[in-house]
Design a protein around this ligand. Structure first.
Ligand code: SF4
Length: 488
């Protein structure tokens, strides 16, 4: 094994064409971080250039050759940077680029951000000559300096010793928290510009990420201040400013400038985005969101589960991974939404749909983590996997705690009643369907009949399939007659 630090040629290809490369279990040499091991990435600005050993890469813990094939290890990537133009606000921006540049390395898969990083190294790359994480560190420094010339000095520390990763992770979390808190006093109406982010368009081409003071990036990696710092240093880059334009809808958070950006960035796929809406023209979601939200039609409420959640099943019977595949891909999916954890702290958190009054379920560890963001009167009304296992139990729970969705949600910001609630639905249904029309079904049923609102109906032609989504549906069928085609 030669000295990897002395190697001038890397034993792997480096090219943007490897961005989005996936390494499956069968091709895996080792996994670093991810679901089973702690991990994080952190960029720190060092104002004193003499305190950076430019180009140096150090490793604390076992290197690739000492790792067991097919196993998982803890992983921390810590980068110290210096540059005359660099300020602390740029730390998060530079940090987010680690995902992009490490994605250029063949046989090295980098996913997610902050304390959720997930890296896989392929057997093929190890066979080709990758011997040390220091080689990855060297290549990463080379890429950062080539792509971001304002970085004058850079030093890397990688850690694979699990105890050390856990210890340093606590420090990193304090730094992430300090960055997040900084933006909480600033609001969308206080600024003239928002910022776009196009970094994830390499794998989600129609994704339109808009970062505003009240809506931190859905990957959680960049807030409005970070994006502003990035735009100042590279105004034509991925974080270019979006002039707000006119406010069309202050509650939904719709601006002419954001709508123009939606058209431009999505290649015409979308022409309107409401920044603070869940169910109507929501923000798009690529694949990096920290938390996935899902509408639960049976209770007319919204549930949330986060990446890395230990909850195997949400009340709709799906884990995070399955929900994530419905949310992602740079799509505007009504009924699903990807967000960053910080958005829970926003006073405009899905305010178009009732904000916290519409939230009916959360994974317990997520609820605990953002507990301070939940209004006092809602804390006991939001179920977790410890309270309910399925929709039926969720309905019972919500009735018991008198959750707003049961009798109708009133939007705090404008006092509008935006949902009818189950009780009103039952009355409406009783008015629409007379007992005579219902026949036997009207007699002596224990469960009340509920309204059957058709929330979405699409018919694009005579022979086209019609898609119906029924909320709170109680369907009763007295008789079914099946006939062959043409039979009378
Ligand atoms: S999720 Fe959005 S804000 Fe975060 S890196 Fe991707 S495009 Fe940028």
């Amino acid at each position: 094994m030669g000295d990897p630090e002395a190697d001038e040629k890397y034993p792997f290809d480096i090219s943007p064409m490897y961005e989005g490369e996936r390494i499956r279990k069968t091709d895996l040499y080792v996994e670093l971080g991810g679901q089973n091991k702690p991990g994080f990435e952190l960029v720190l600005f060092e104002p004193d250039p003499d305190k950076i050993n430019d180009g140096a890469v150090s490793l604390i813990g076992p290197d690739l050759g000492e790792m067991l094939e097919g196993s998982a290890y803890a992983y921390a990537m810590i980068y110290k940077v210096y540059g005359e133009q660099i300020e602390e606000d740029l730390e998060a921006v530079i940090e987010r680029r680690n995902h992009e540049y490490q994605g250029y390395i063949q046989g090295y898969m980098h996913l997610n951000q902050r304390s959720e990083i997930w890296v896989r190294i392929s057997k093929e790359t190890v066979k080709k000559g990758l011997k040390s994480l220091k080689q990855i560190g060297k290549a990463t420094i080379m890429l950062f300096k080539a792509e971001l010339p304002f970085i004058e000095k850079m030093e890397v520390t990688y850690v694979t010793d699990e105890d050390e990763v856990v210890r340093r992770l606590e420090e990193a979390k304090k730094i992430y928290e300090a960055r997040d808190v900084k933006v909480r006093g600033l609001h969308d109406e206080d600024v003239d510009e928002f910022y776009q982010c196009t970094l994830c368009q390499s794998f989600a081409p129609t994704n339109v990420c808009v970062v505003t003071p009240d809506r931190t990036a859905l990957c959680g990696a960049m807030n409005w201040f970070d994006s502003r710092a990035a735009a100042r240093i590279d105004p034509e880059g991925p974080n270019a400013p979006i002039p707000k334009g006119e406010c069309i809808d202050p509650i939904g958070g719709e601006y002419t400038g954001v709508d123009d950006a939606a058209v431009r960035l999505s290649g015409g796929e979308y022409d309107s985005i409401k920044l603070h809406s869940f169910l109507e023209r929501p923000h798009t979601s690529c694949g990096c969101f920290e938390v996935a939200g899902f509408y639960i039609p049976e209770v007319d409420g919204i549930g949330w589960v986060h990446r890395g959640s230990k909850v195997s099943d949400t009340p709709i019977g799906l884990p995070f991974s399955s929900i994530a595949s419905s949310v992602g891909g740079g799509k505007q999916v009504e009924g699903f939404l990807g967000i960053g954890v910080q958005y829970f702290y926003s006073p405009k958190f899905i305010q178009y749909d009732g904000g916290w009054r519409r939230v009916v379920w959360m994974a317990s560890d997520l609820k605990e983590r953002v507990g301070a963001a939940i209004p006092e009167e809602m804390r006991g009304k939001i179920a977790t996997e410890k309270d309910v296992k399925n929709i039926e139990e969720l309905r019972e729970f919500l009735k018991k705690v008198d959750h707003p969705v049961v009798n109708g949600v009133t939007r705090d910001v404008d006092g509008a009643k935006i949902t009818g609630g189950w009780a009103e639905a039952a009355v409406e249904a009783a008015e629409v369907v007379s007992p005579a029309e219902m026949g036997d079904a009207a007699l002596g049923e224990a469960e009340p009949l509920t309204r059957v609102p058709i929330t979405q109906m699409m018919a694009s032609g005579v022979d086209a399939p019609v898609k119906l989504i029924l909320k709170d549906a109680d369907i009763r069928i007295g008789k079914i007659i099946v006939k062959r085609k043409g039979e009378k």
